[in-house]
Design a protein around this ligand. Sequence first.
Ligand SMILES: *Cc1c(COP(=O)(O)O)cnc(C)c1O
Length: 450
Amino acid sequence: MSTYEKPNIVLIDHFQSSKYGLPQETSMNFREKIEGHDMKELTEKYGSPLFVFSEKKIREKYDDTTSKIRDVYPDVQFAWSYKTNYLKSICSIFHDMGSWAEVVSDFEYQKARNLGIKGENIIYNGPYKPIASLRVAVKEQALIHIDHLQEIIDLESVAKELGMTPQVAIRLNMNTGTYPQWSRFGFNLESGQAEQAIRRIMNKKLFKLRGLHTHIGTFMLEPKAYEAAAVKLTTFMLEIEAQYKIEIEYLDLGGGFPSKSDLKGVYQPPEIVVKDTTEYARLIGPAILNNIGTRKPPKLIFESGRHFIDEAGYLLTTVVSSKIMPDTRRSYILDAGVNFLYTSTWYNFTLEVNQQLKGIPEPAILNGPLCMNIDIIEEDLKIPHLKTGTQMVLSPVGAYNVTQWMQFIRYRPAVVLLTKDKKVEIIRNMEDLSSVEKDEVLYGGETGIS
Ligand SMILES: *Cc1c(COP(=O)(O)O)cnc(C)c1O
């Protein structure tokens, strides 16, 4: 005979009045379209979930930022950070607007070359550059940004072997008054390590020192950090030029400008904490120009990633079901989870739904479709009840998600671009079994071990 336990009845206290009175009805942000395109039609055609990028937004943000920086400095160049989003169509929009490529691996380097970018317009960064890829970069006269001493040694041997002169900059790390200091990459300025690296490069005379580079961090909310970095780079440049009687062609301030996203743990919303580009520009320009006297201003390079693309990306997802958890929260299951939203670890997204929903807010958690306890998109929501089938759009998601996404449990979704002439173009197909198994080999032949 079976035995049963008595059910446990729990009081759901969020419908009770508190000292503030009864809970008030709230509504969710409502949205049916993105730039005039109906979200339901998009997912009917391309599947749910679906990444959607707006070419208009990319171009507007790029024009806005570059013009604000050009207002304060005469010679500016941007290099698109491939790792932020290296879909071909996205990269080619940035190249079309005049961006060079900034890459951190041999594979990204090759992607840039395949898009027609010449070596001389590729900045090759990163802490691991295999010898074979250094050879290619030297031959093609790419701008190699040296990260550490071993790389100087490797590059010296490549230079001798090929009888060619590598075009280089060195990456520096320094105290810019922000915490944590990104000291893992490049040569430290304050300790004298950077000076030693320069001494070796100048004494060996095997490289052409073209620039000085730093990338102080990502999502940098404090414009003063760039001012500090610009002053330090400029001062160091002038010292090197005086000592070795050379002219350095460019200073590279890296990326790190924030997007309007909501970093977890930051108390105020992004509309308040994320300052406009003019705030950065008006500190960076003078930090260099006021320090160089009559010298010609060096070219100023930026490698912005997140700032340009984050707000141009949306993820359309569908509520596939829901259930009540023992702690009385309602768990909604979405068809997209942390497999496609790596950045959900650090950022809260803006949520909008395609139904006019009004009701008493209930504690809710948004889960993805994975068979994993960690598959949580948002865990501390108070929202009216969402019906199964409701479509939800999460934003901004344009930076880092379509490079760091994983093929885990589910196929990665399609990516579409809403073009500037109002068309919808597919820029990455949804995966299928053949794309997932393409590189697998079945041990034992076509039918396996028999
Ligand atoms: C990742 C990276 C960037 C882009 O950083 P964002 O914070 O996305 O602007 C630029 N330069 C280097 C060296 C990087 O590693």
